[in-house]
Ligand binder design. Structure first.
Ligand code: NAP
Length: 465
């Protein structure tokens, strides 16, 4: 049998496992994750009110319950726990599907002031990511009246929508109780979502954009004069269909009559952030420079500025891959150099090392994009199978991991977490409610708290799409 480790149990990891076992009956796959819970960004990134996308967990579940696939959660691959070199000894092949683990920086003064967060911190908090427990959003953060979201991608739309949602709509979701309570008490009623380029270059998708206008008691406002700075807005005929649809939706909002609503979402364009303004160590505003298109899809500054008063800034300017222990890294793109998923070292394919998902191609595309991406990597791996089988590996890598002090959370442990989350929800009069911290997750998974210092339970930044 060919033993493969897939590192990361998000969509790219699960689709890779699926492709491998479906196409070759002699493959056994262990899907490793540093968290005790599977599904990566489907669990910890997709917004809780996106139930339909969340239901993809059922598809991923079927993969992880396949008879030749095994989930091993709570296993941290890295120098302090299971080094990549050790993993290579335990398996014929390793596929890294670890996503893009950090957020891009703006690189402007004031970015680290209190009150300025990356959107991914906010997402992790309301998604109950165990690394986000105790995050400042539980405190006075949401007492700001005005929030500014920087960026016009789908994550910006998600966090904007979550800021405008009320408790009634969030109560049926699996959002952790503390986040639900905080958002229910939130005083944020005005959200400015700011793009540095024009409406035809925005990265959000039309379906997600449209959802903003169907939020209860919410008006979306766009300024026609600002939209008209974009020549492709004025004449969208040459735009690809996806951008043209965005433009059409924005055009409709720009001409809508004003209405009275508790929440106002203002979409702004051609404004680039130049500085977050400080009141002591806290953000109190943002300075933006008016930009204009440079005729080549880029922008130039005009030297005209405006300021928005705000005590809450969410920077939603994309994710970025981080270097992995023992693997080459392309710092320009934040990816592992690869050809069709084969990791390249100094221009040569490294035997038995593969990548799929965002760490392979960068943080773009919707969840479904990971399926063909994973298939390509699985094809490369299966083409190499006979050469890879030449290596001796232990009968059962999980036994070796346990002997070496790792305490993997197996599928039964994850099912115990699911039962604990259902019980928590029932006790609160809600549906399933996520456990928000490491201790309660590990206690549920193992039936007791694992011994302190147990390997494979390290706490680090969120990974894995
Ligand atoms: P994204 O789509 O790459 O959007 C990033 C946004 O940040 C862009 O508007 C970009 O503007 C802007 N930006 C980048 N650097 C900036 C800077 N220095 N100053 C000002 N603005 C800056 O990233 P994302 O929203 O994080 O989404 C990541 C991926 O996940 C995307 O493929 C997205 O579609 C996907 N996703 C999908 C869903 C869904 O399907 N429901 C939900 C969430 C995420 P420029 O274009 O000018 O660079």
């Amino acid at each position: 049998m060919l033993r493969v480790a897939v590192v990361g149990s998000g969509p790219s990891g699960c689709y890779t496992a699926q492709s491998l076992v479906q196409r070759n009956p002699d493959v056994l796959v262990d899907v490793l994750d540093r968290l005790p819970c599977p599904y990566g960004l489907v669990r910890y990134g997709v917004a809780p009110d996106h139930e339909k996308i969340k239901s993809l967990q059922n598809t991923l579940r079927a993969v992880l319950e396949h008879e030749r696939v095994r989930f091993l959660g709570g296993v941290q691959v890295g120098p302090d726990s299971v080094p990549a070199a050790r993993l290579r000894e335990l398996y014929h092949a390793v596929v890294y599907c670890v996503g893009a683990a950090t957020d891009r920086r703006l690189g402007i003064p004031g970015e680290d002031l209190r009150g300025s967060w990356s959107a991914t911190e906010f997402v992790s908090w309301y998604s109950a990511h165990p690394d986000a427990v105790g995050c400042a959003f539980d405190g006075p953060a949401l007492s700001a009246r005005t929030a500014v979201v920087i960026g016009v991608g789908n994550v910006a739309v998600d966090v904007t929508r979550m800021l405008a949602r009320g408790a009634t709509e969030l109560n049926p979701t699996d959002m952790p109780q503390a986040a639900l309570t905080s958002l229910a008490a939130s005083e944020v009623t005005r959200v400015h979502m700011v793009g540095r380029r024009g409406p035809s270059q925005a990265r959000f998708t039309t379906k997600e954009l449209r959802e903003l206008s169907v939020l209860p008691d919410t008006q979306v406002i766009v300024n026609p004069a600002e939209l008209e700075l974009d020549p492709d807005y004025v004449d969208p005929s040459s735009l690809p269909a996806a951008q043209r649809r965005n433009v059409e939706v924005l055009r409709g909002w720009a001409t809508a009559p004003p209405a009275s609503a508790r929440h106002r979402i203002r979409l702004r364009f051609f404004l680039r952030p130049v500085e977050l303004l400080a009141d002591g160590d806290r953000v109190c505003g943002i300075r933006l420079e008016r930009t204009e298109p440079d005729g080549h899809g880029g922008l130039t500054g005009t030297g005209r500025y405006e300021e928005i008063e705000t005590r809450m800034v969410l920077r939603s300017v994309g994710y970025r891959g981080v270097p992995l222990d023992g693997l080459p890294f392309d710092t320009d793109h934040g990816t592992v150099p690869n050809v069709a998923g084969r990791v390249m070292r100094d221009g040569v394919a490294a035997p038995g090392e593969y990548v799929a998902g965002w760490i392979k191609r960068g943080p773009t595309g919707v969840i479904g994009t990971n399926r063909p991406c994973a298939k390509e990597t699985a094809t490369s791996l299966l083409e190499d199978a006979s050469a890879l089988m030449g290596k001796d590996v232990p009968e059962d890598p999980a036994t070796a991991l346990r002997t070496e002090g790792c305490t993997p959370v197996e599928w039964s442990g994850w099912q115990a977490i699911e039962r604990a989350e259902a019980a928590l929800g029932a006790s609160l009069g809600r549906g399933v409610v996520k456990l928000p911290d490491w201790e309660s997750l590990m206690t549920a998974a193992h039936g007791s708290t694992p011994p302190p210092g147990a390997r494979g339970t390290a706490r680090q930044a969120p990974t894995d799409p």
